[in-house]
Write a protein that binds this ligand. Structure first.
Ligand code: WTA
Length: 641
């Protein structure tokens, strides 16, 4: 039986949602009349140029929210604040890895976004065009995003850790016409070159007209005349007047690629009005933000967490938000705690992987700093094991700060299952309850709800405003992947159980998606990369429990005829995958084998391999929560499907 932590009285007193009764009342209202509920939220939280004629049009699985309404996300993140007391409030407090600082106020950010939007406009880009943004964690990344949303240009941010190959595939799938990048970035004291990857990718992307390069490191960067332009040179001639375009509520806002169960990443499409409504509402409900708070989400903007909870949510809510470029251990393991102390961070949102990495380094790092400004902590991306939760709670939060363990996915747009910090009694390891308006259920293979304490598939019974609208260019896959298994409901791909008190415990993925350091990776994507290597005949990839990263990539490989030095080839293949996909996908382990276990129809039985890598590993108490046997059993049902 785990401990239960009620919200601290002091915290609850001032919270936006101050009690379980208040939460239940909100939830009940949303459940009884979801459309009226979301309309009220949209009206309160968002500026609309024109109101909707209908709240929801639901032609399952395709949703339209706030039909006919007009709004602009960049306007909501900037313009509406600069006529208030927030005009000279800091929007982004940035720290570079080498130690530089920039503090951009709402007015200043607005000015820079307008200038860059004018740069894009002057080069002929307009609403509906697609821009790829491949940038480090510097303020120009959100500036580029907000300039796009200002004009209705659909952006797709590609995480800087992705390789040239991965970048190319995304540019091609999207038919993007412009790439916005930087010369490089700093990571663990070294320069990571970004423009070099763009140079490798773009020659095979005939749709690209311009590459705009921000100068971050100043290192030697070859520029192709006609195609490549320095950001600062274009910006020098830009004007500052650039009204935000009133866009349809369903105007496509961004595409973010995520891994699915095939080798090809899925371009998840989010639109305008519903996304910004739900993301903004969550800033109050979940992070309990107030105007005087300094908030820090340590994710990378290249993933959905950074989109919703570094850029759009915090800015729309008028928050002061910290943004840090580099790695948590540079120059040493107290970098994050230095940042918390220096900027007096009040709310901090990070991942279980980071927490486990920090635990390993010892308490003396955080203990050397004054963390008394913190009042709320958050976790996202993977299940947090109770031991890591307890450490986060006592060593970082000094047993004072509630922890919001937030469950959601790229496809969801915003947090769906989470504690509300002033209301929910916490159980370490449980994401607790759905937010108002979200109706999750746990069902068996036939779609029948399972009882308390039974595992099953996590589904969502109703549409919500920030849900993905489709997969870019592939609505059939969208239907098939998420909506066909349990007709009328959204299938998350996760296993979960609900305890006797109704708390949700998310156990992990039941499909062929791995979760490495909170980053989604498809087993098939890694397999396809491996079989492109000339020595490899066949490959099967599974996630293996890992003490720090949650899961690690483990590959079973059969080789073509020939004499192979396994040690050397193992190293080479690990490097190969890093080059094909990105460094974060580098396999932990390559196991050579004569054959792979297959079903009679020739399908590789990954679940057997999963069992092999799970049962012969001891990985602390990560395994107890991820309960791989459950996931494996449920996945087996899917294999047989
Ligand atoms: C997992 C990240 C347990 C889950 C926002 C989901 C979690 C996948 C949690 C989505 C959590 C995320 N507890 N598991 N609090 N948060 N997950 O798309 O398996 O990168 O399906 O979105 O991460 O990963 P994605």
């Amino acid at each position: 039986m785990s401990n239960v932590y009620p919200p601290p009285e002091e915290f609850a007193k001032k919270a936006h949602v101050p009690s379980m009764d208040a939460y239940r009342e909100l939830y009940r209202r949303a459940e009884q009349n979801p459309e009226a509920f979301w309309a009220e939220v949209a009206e309160r939280e968002i500026h609309w140029f024109e109101k909707w004629s209908k709240v929801l049009e639901w032609d399952a699985p395709f949703a339209k929210w706030f039909v006919g309404a007009k709004t602009n996300i960049s306007y909501n993140c900037l313009d509406r604040h600069i006529t208030t007391h927030r005009k000279n409030k800091v929007a982004i407090l940035w720290e570079g890895e080498p130690g530089e600082q920039r503090a951009l106020t709402y007015l200043e950010l607005h000015r820079l976004v307008c200038r860059f939007a004018n740069v894009l406009q002057s080069r002929g880009y307009k609403a509906g065009d697609r821009a790829i943004i491949y940038m480090p964690m510097i303020p120009e990344l959100p500036i580029a995003m907000l300039a796009c949303t200002r004009l209705g240009i659909i952006h797709s941010v590609v995480f800087g850790g992705f390789s040239a190959e991965a970048l190319k595939a995304r540019i091609q799938d999207l038919g993007a016409t412009v790439v916005i990048t930087a010369d490089g970035s700093y990571r663990r004291g070294k320069e990571v070159k970004l423009k070099a990857a763009v140079d490798e990718a773009v020659p095979e992307c005939p749709t690209i007209q311009d590459v705009i390069v921000y100068q971050r490191t100043g290192s030697d960067t070859p520029m192709q005349i006609g195609r490549d332009h320095w950001w600062h040179e274009l910006d020098a001639n830009a004007t500052e007047d650039c009204p935000a375009l009133p866009l349809d509520s369903e105007h496509p806002m961004f595409v973010l690629y995520t891994s699915g169960t095939t080798g090809k990443p899925k371009g998840i499409l989010h639109t305008t009005g519903g996304y910004i409504t739900q993301v903004t509402a969550g800033m109050k409900w979940i992070f309990d933000l107030r105007d005087e708070d300094t908030y820090w989400c340590s994710a990378d903007i290249g993933w959905i967490t950074g989109h919703s909870y570094i850029v759009y949510g915090p800015l729309s809510a008028g928050t002061t938000s910290v943004m840090y470029e580099g790695s948590l251990d540079f120059p040493q393991f107290d970098r994050w705690w230095r940042i918390v102390e220096k900027y007096r961070v009040n709310v901090m949102y990070t991942s279980p992987t980071a927490i486990r990495a920090l635990i390993r380094q010892g308490e003396h790092w955080p203990n050397a700093h004054d963390l008394s400004s913190l009042r709320l902590l958050g976790s996202v991306g993977e299940p947090i094991n109770p031991a890591a939760w307890e450490w986060y709670h006592t060593v970082i939060g000094k047993s004072r700060c509630p922890i919001v363990d937030t469950w959601w996915q790229t496809e969801n747009g915003s947090i769906l299952i989470t504690p509300l910090p002033g209301a929910t009694p916490l159980k370490p390891g449980s994401a607790t309850f759905p937010i108002p308006g979200i109706i999750p259920d746990i069902v068996d293979f036939n779609g029948n709800p399972v009882g308390p304490d039974r595992e099953g598939y996590l589904i969502m019974r109703r549409p919500w405003p920030s849900m993905a609208r489709t997969i870019w260019g592939d609505p059939e896959r969208f239907k098939e992947q998420y909506w066909n298994k349990f007709p009328g409901s959204y299938f998350t791909g996760d296993a979960a159980r609900r305890d006797a008190d109704g708390y949700f415990w998310v156990l992990g993925r039941v499909d062929d998606v791995m979760n490495v350091s909170g980053h989604r990776l498809s087993t098939m994507e890694v397999e396809s990369a491996l079989v492109r290597h000339p020595a490899v005949a066949e490959a099967a990839v599974v996630g293996k429990p890992h003490e720090i990263t949650g899961q690690a990539v483990c590959c079973f490989v059969t080789l073509k005829r020939g004499e192979w030095n396994h040690d050397e080839l193992g190293k080479e293949l690990r490097q190969w995958v890093a080059k094909e996909i990105g460094g974060f996908a580098r396999p932990e382990e390559i196991r050579f084998s004569d054959a792979l276990p297959k079903t009679r129809s020739g399908k590789i039985m990954r679940r057997l391999l999963r069992e092999i890598v799970t049962t012969n590993t001891v990985a602390g108490d990560v395994t107890t929560l991820e309960d791989m046997s459950v996931v494996t059993r449920l996945a087996a049902q899917q294999d047989e499907d």
